[in-house]
Design a protein. Structure first.
Length: 158
């Protein structure tokens, strides 16, 4: 008997054909998603099914990264503080985000949302902090931010 050639057999081979009727536009959407994800159409469709199953189970969570620009007096370099959390709620432009880091939790609105479905991350920018942080107190503000789960960019670059 001659030795087998080719790829080794898979544990769970895709050996079932499924024929579905879709429009040309739907086919183009699937292909576009597959191209952008650098995956096959089957893998892309299965990713979508996984997302639907997780949503049905209530397990569809995304890493949300909220960032806010902060002005430090005498420093022209742009600074920010940010916080990361897992949520199944994605903020929208115009929403207010409540967080104890701010005196009045409804002062800051979402001004930008960028969703990266491939990385399962959502980047959220809120309005700039309306106070100016004195240079000599920036470490105090960074510590206060850390107490609330935020990270100050000027502490990360040290």
């Amino acid at each position: 008997m001659s030795p087998r050639i080719g790829r080794p057999p898979k544990d769970n081979p895709r050996n079932i054909n499924l024929n579905i009727r879709i429009t040309k536009e739907e086919s183009e959407r699937i292909q576009n998603c597959a191209d952008r994800l650098n995956r096959t159409r089957t893998d892309t469709i299965m990713m979508g099914i996984d997302m639907v199953e997780n949503k049905i189970k209530g397990e569809l969570f995304m890493k949300v990264i909220v960032s806010q620009q902060v002005k430090i007096i005498g420093d022209n370099y742009p600074h920010n503080w940010s916080i990361e959390y897992e949520s199944n709620i994605i903020p929208h432009i115009g929403d207010s985000i409540e967080d104890p880091i701010w005196k009045n939790p409804y002062d800051y609105k979402v001004i930008e949302v960028i969703i990266d479905y491939y990385a399962n991350e959502c980047f959220v920018q809120v309005e700039a902090y309306d106070g100016n942080i004195p240079e000599e107190r920036k470490e105090d503000f960074a510590h206060m931010a850390e107490l609330h789960g935020w990270k100050a960019s000027w502490k990360m670059h040290k």
